[in-house]
Design a protein. Sequence first.
Length: 121
Amino acid sequence: MKKLDKKFIEERKKDLLERKVELEKELAISTDQVADNDYDAKFIDLGDKEDENAAEVAMFEKNLSLEKTLELSMYNVNKGLKKIDEGTYGLCEKCDGPIKPERLEAFPSATACMACKEKSL
Ligand SMILES: [Zn+2]
């Protein structure tokens, strides 16, 4: 298989690091970090009136769904960075085959090739 060149990997690393900074910002707004790669949705206390309680619940539910999405993205970004360090970046986790560079360019944190991804859907 054709190895990804160094420059390509360096560029993806930059993408991943940029994405990480964005995710950290988004996570800080809607969650509290409780551990490495573990976040809890923020619960904001607005007051004790009925409409305030309703707003609290609505906000918490929104944060909860954001937390899941952001946490997963963060997990994948960190995994991508780790793979770059380990020299396994660009390999599909399922079949060990190469992930197309175009796919990595669009999704630098992709962990599976298109064929495996489609199979798992
Ligand atoms: Zn695959």
